[in-house]
Ligand binder design. Structure first.
Ligand SMILES: Nc1ncnc2c1ncn2[C@@H]1O[C@H](COP(=O)(O)OP(=O)(O)OP(=O)(O)O)[C@@H](O)[C@H]1O
Length: 250
């Protein structure tokens, strides 16, 4: 099996509290893999361990077969790991095209030269335009990011992560705070991303998870409860017990 991202017996303690408990996760190359679990299950902590924002207490993170446990965040990005955040991190006063061009520039090592006219960096602009086109965002290219609907802003954050040309994209609640009317469209755009980008997604909205994911891992109390296809997860009594009272449907 070809895995894009794996953890081996990963653990994280905060003082005497175990937030990540011996997690061995396998994310297949090309998968749309969702990480679910109740509040406080340790999903964000696990993502932070994967990106290198947090150092594990024990265990390993393996990115495309390479042990990256000792590498910093920047080095993991260079090796193809990108993420989005739960909170909005856009520069409100830049246009969509300026924002994405800046991200491409950063990857190309040209620095974040957002004070220069975007026309100054032909290659980066061309690439940014192609990226916006693939996400059906060209019509808003010259609008300020702050003027856009929140669902579109979240999509632009994904565009910024894609500008890093990742092999693995970690999406931390991309639909958080997005009205239901917009979240469907947002997920359609995420579902249409090319399969050469593996996606690991944290999402609370079970309806979106079951529409989107082809693999699901369930975290409870910092440990992996189970994993499998959406059908297997939806019919697992252990999972139903955890989500008692919440709708789980395949
Ligand atoms: N820096 C920290 N110091 C101490 N405890 C922490 C820290 N970060 C997280 N925790 C604790 O670890 C547990 C897991 O938190 P985490 O944010 O990873 O869960 P989550 O599954 O992402 O939750 P949610 O769905 O609510 O975002 C929680 O009990 C949290 O209080």
């Amino acid at each position: 099996m070809d895995y894009a991202l794996q953890t081996r017996n990963l653990a994280k303690n905060f003082g005497g509290f175990t937030a990540t408990n011996n997690v061995s996760l396998n994310v297949e190359a090309g998968a749309r893999h969702a990480l679910i679990g109740p509040n406080g299950a340790g999903k964000t902590t696990l993502i932070n361990l994967l990106t290198g924002f947090l150092e594990p207490t024990a265990g390993h993170v393996i990115l495309q077969g390479e042990d990256v446990t000792r590498l910093g965040q920047h080095q993991r990005v260079k090796r193809g790991l990108a993420r989005t955040f739960q909170i909005n991190r856009l520069f409100a006063d830049l246009t969509v095209l300026e924002s994405v061009t800046m991200a491409v520039n950063e990857r190309l090592g040209l620095g974040a030269r957002f004070w220069k006219p975007v026309g100054a960096h032909g290659q980066a602009v061309e690439e940014a335009v192609a990226l916006l086109d693939s996400l059906r965002l060209l019509d808003v290219a010259h609008e300020k990011t702050r003027s856009l609907a929140y669902g579109k802003q979240r999509l632009i954050e994904i565009a910024l992560a894609l500008a890093m040309k990742p092999r693995v994209l970690l999406l931390d609640e991309p639909a958080a705070g997005v009205p239901t009317t917009e979240s469907r469209e947002l997920f359609e755009s995420i579902a249409a991303l090319p399969r050469d980008v593996t996606i690991l997604l944290i999402e609370h909205d079970m309806d979106l998870v079951f529409r989107f994911a082809d693999r699901i891992s369930v975290l409870v109390g910092g440990a992996l409860l189970t994993h499998g296809t959406p059908e297997v997860i939806a019919n697992d009594p252990k999972v139903r017990e955890v989500y008692l009272g919440e709708a789980i449907c395949a």
